[in-house]
Design a protein around this ligand. Structure first.
Ligand code: PRP
Ligand code: ADE
Length: 180
């Protein structure tokens, strides 16, 4: 990725102090989504990572991860698999509970969407504590699939998500376009 692309992306991320709770500096991507040049550049960078790492499926994490992962999947020509918050998927699911920066949650995937032989790239907007990504890797492996990697727009380095995720990656790459 060029420095100017990285600067464009960074310039479209807005800091919102004390949201959703006091003490949290929320990284808002809505200005980036509203800028077609920035959103297109982001989509192309993430799609290139998926292809480079040999992904055969793309998992997007609800909800902001969906916004990024869906156009990336189309751009890369790879199938999109939604990982949703609990209770939203109608078929037989695998579930995983986890903690995040400001609460707890549970995510699910349709068990039939992933199988042995799949190489799955996880896409999300933010890696914060790493809890969400860690839970998604657990789901992918429980479904029998292989992890191709995790790709995020931004990593909040001060929350040490990379260190937390390291064991669950088992050598797969964690790609962050921006580290803050
Ligand atoms: O690394 P972590 O500490 O797990 O935090 C990162 C996750 O938190 C945010 O999602 P959130 O659960 O707020 O849901 P949203 O996408 O629906 O806003 C973000 O989009 C990541 O999925
Ligand atoms: N600080 C933050 N900003 C945006 N999304 C987040 N998800 C978890 N922590 C976050």
């Amino acid at each position: 990725m060029t420095v100017s692309t990285q600067e464009l992306l960074l310039s479209r991320i807005r800091d919102v102090p004390d949201y959703p709770k006091p003490g949290v500096l929320f990284k808002d991507i809505t200005p980036l989504l509203a800028d077609p040049a920035a959103f297109t550049a982001l989509t192309e960078e993430l799609a290139e990572l998926c292809v480079r790492h040999g992904a055969t499926k793309i998992v997007g994490l609800e909800a902001r991860g969906f916004i990024l992962a869906a156009p990336v999947a189309v751009r890369a020509g790879i199938g999109f698999i939604p990982v949703r918050k609990a209770g939203k998927l109608p078929g037989a699911t695998l579930s995983q509970a986890y903690e995040l920066e400001y609460g707890t949650a549970e995510i699910e995937v349709h068990a039939e969407d992933l199988a042995a032989g799949d190489r799955v790239m996880v896409i999300d907007d933010v890696l914060a504590t790493g809890g969400t990504a860690e839970a998604s890797l657990e789901l992918i492996r429980r479904a029998g699939a292989e992890v191709a990697g995790v790709a995020v727009l931004m990593e909040l380095g001060f929350l040490a998500g990379r260190e937390r995720l390291e064991p669950a990656l088992r050598g797969a790459p964690l790609e962050a376009l921006i580290t803050l």
